[in-house]
Structures are given as structure tokens and as C-alpha cells.
Design a protein around this ligand. Structure first.
Ligand SMILES: NC(=O)c1ccc[n+]([C@@H]2O[C@H](COP(=O)([O-])OP(=O)(O)OC[C@H]3O[C@@H](n4cnc5c(N)ncnc54)[C@H](O)[C@@H]3O)[C@@H](O)[C@H]2O)c1
Length: 291
């Protein structure tokens, strides 16, 4: 089985998967998006096309590159077929170890021994995710940030079994996608999510305690601490369902300071997931603009 060096299979076409596909296609890579939900795939293509139009309008993407990028993105619900020949697979499915293991096992069986198998997990142990592989030296963390078209970082995480070659190839791909990189060792939440999740959880705690309105909590952190977004706006962007899974994982691994609030759990139970569901802390229109 041969691999195409400039072909990436992205598993999960939600907030992150579609953003990674955008970055890869703009860089001239063939981007194969996979999801179990065909509706999500259609929605993802719509987002990618809108983001390309916006990129051209802002002068960030050449019109020719945008046209080429549109032709480089394909979608499928068949994970095994999509892994055939890919040089890189990036998993961006729900933040659950069992689901990630299932994806990694299928991807390994369907890809060549040279294919790099990466996870975009925000928090979970890379070592544990790639331990399900027959050859875990091919496994690595490639943590992109939301929204991927705008965010400059890709955090590279070395699992205990990750080879030096896999780290180098993951870094080369991230840089080809236009990202700057940092390399970190495997630890819950890496160097970014543990800070971000803690700030977001504290914002939610303040809201629960009635310290201030959501708008004032966000304004205080933006204007007083010079953060580009407030913690509650950020939670709406991340998705409170994904954030809850991250916090539960970090509470179990790093300790009680990450324990999510009751308000947070009730919001997820009520379907108030943030921008992606049209209502989180704030309300949004169908294009994700704040109402
Ligand atoms: N949301 C963020 O800000 C953010 C940032 C960095 C990393 N992450 C990480 O990226 C991953 C995805 O997060 P997201 O926010 O894109 O989630 P999301 O809920 O928006 O999308 C997840 C997608 O995965 C699909 N999926 C679930 N099981 C699948 C399977 N077995 N095969 C194929 N597709 C499957 C779902 O249908 C859905 O479309 C998580 O690990 C998360 O921690 C999220």
C-alpha cells in the first residue's frame, strides 16, 4: 500500500474537523473528511465554502487558491476507504477514549505502515489513545485551535511511544497548513487546554455565584486582563458539551479544581451547547453571529 504525502484524512467533521480540512485544502493538500453523520458532512462543506469566501474577502486567501481548495475537499462516511493511501490521518471526533480507540484501530488497519496517525484531542492522554495501535510509534497529538482558519498554533504532543520521525512529520504537516508549532510532553490538557479550561470553569463559577452578569464577566476579563475573548464567550465557541467532557477528564486526572459546575451540566442537559446549537450563554443566528 502506498501513501500520497499531500493527502490527509480527517475523521469527524464538526467544529474542528472542518477547520482542519480548510487549512489543509488552502495549503494545497487533498482533504478527505469523514463522519458517521452525513448531515454534518454537508454542513461542513457549507462552512468551508463560507470560510473560503471570507478568506478571499479579507485578502487572506488568493481567489485561485480558494477555487483549488474547494476541489480538494471530499466527504465520505466510509472511514476505511478514506484512509487508503493517506499520508496523514487526523482524528477529531467526540472527546471520548472508546470512540477514539475505535477510530484509531480502523485507521491503522486501513492505512499503510508509513501513515502518521494523529489525534486532535484537547485533553486526553496521547499515550493512552495510541496504545491501542499495533505500532504506536506512528501515533501523535496534533492539537489545533478553534477557529482553525484564524488560530496560529498547532500544539504537538509526544506520547511515550511516539517516534522522533512521527513528531517531525506531524510538525512538517502542521507548518505546511500554515501553523506555528510548540512541542510538549504528554500530560492532561497539555500546555493550553488546562489553562483555558480552568479560566472558563472559573467564569462559569462566578456566573453561578451571581458575581456579575455574563456580559460583565466577559467584559471584565477582556478589558481588565486583555484577553481577546471572555471566558463565557469562549465556552460558547468551544461548545459546552465538548468543554464538559474536557473538564470531567481533567478533574479525574489533575484534580478537583477542574470539577465542572452544576450550571454547566444543566446547560448541556438542556441542549444549550453554545454557538453550534444557536444558544449557550448567548444566542446566535444560523450563521453563528451573536444576536
Ligand atoms: N471545540 C473546540 O474548541 C476544540 C478545540 C481543540 C480541540 N478540540 C477537540 O477536537 C475533537 C472534536 O471536537 P469538536 O469541537 O470538533 O466536536 P464536534 O462535536 O463539533 O464534532 C465531532 C464530530 O465527530 C463526529 N463523530 C463522532 N463519532 C465519530 C466516529 N466514530 N467517526 C467519525 N465521526 C464521528 C460527530 O458526528 C461530529 O460531527 C475533540 O477531541 C475536542 O476535544 C475541540
Amino acid at each position: 500500500m502506498t501513501t500520497e504525502p499531500d493527502t490527509v484524512t480527517i475523521v469527524g467533521s464538526g467544529l474542528m474537523g472542518r477547520g482542519i480540512a480548510y487549512a489543509a485544502a488552502v495549503a494545497g493538500w487533498e482533504a478527505r473528511l469523514v463522519d458517521v453523520d452525513a448531515g454534518q458532512l454537508d454542513d461542513a462543506v457549507g462552512t468551508i465554502h463560507r470560510d473560503l469566501d471570507a478568506g478571499v474577502a479579507r485578502g487572506k486567501v488568493e481567489a485561485d487558491a480558494a477555487d483549488r481548495a474547494r476541489s480538494l475537499v471530499s466527504t465520505t462516511t466510509d472511514l476505511a476507504a478514506a484512509c487508503d493511501g493517506a499520508g496523514l490521518v487526523i482524528e477529531a471526533v467526540v472527546e471520548r477514549m472508546d470512540v477514539k480507540h475505535e477510530v484509531f484501530r480502523t485507521a491503522e488497519a486501513a492505512s499503510s505502515p508509513q501513515t502518521v496517525l494523529a489525534t486532535n484531542t484537547s485533553s486526553m492522554s496521547i499515550t493512552e489513545i495510541i496504545a491501542c495501535l499495533d505500532d504506536p510509534s506512528r501515533g501523535v497529538g496534533m492539537h489545533f485551535f478553534n477557529p482553525v482558519p484564524k488560530m496560529k498554533l498547532c500544539e504537538l504532543i509526544r506520547g511515550l511511544q511516539t517516534s522522533a520521525e512521527t513528531m517531525d512529520r506531524a510538525e512538517a504537516a502542521a507548518q505546511a497548513f500554515g501553523k506555528q508549532t510548540v512541542r510538549v510532553e504528554d500530560g492532561p490538557g497539555f500546555a493550553t487546554s488546562r489553562v483555558n479550561a480552568l479560566i472558563g470553569n472559573e467564569g462559569m463559577r462566578m456566573l453561578e455565584e451571581g458575581i456579575a452578569s455574563p456580559e460583565d464577566i466577559d467584559r471584565a476579563v477582556k478589558l481588565g486582563l486583555n484577553h481577546p475573548m471572555g471566558p463565557l464567550e469562549m465556552g460558547d465557541l468551544v461548545g459546552w458539551d465538548t468543554r464538559l467532557l474536557i473538564l470531567d477528564y481533567l478533574a479525574g486526572t489533575l484534580g478537583e479544581r477542574f470539577r465542572p459546575t452544576n450550571l454547566h451540566r444543566r446547560m448541556v442537559a438542556a441542549g444549550r451547547l453554545g454557538r453550534k446549537s444557536g444558544h449557550g450563554i448567548y444566542r446566535y443566528d444560523a450563521d453563528g453571529n451573536r444576536l
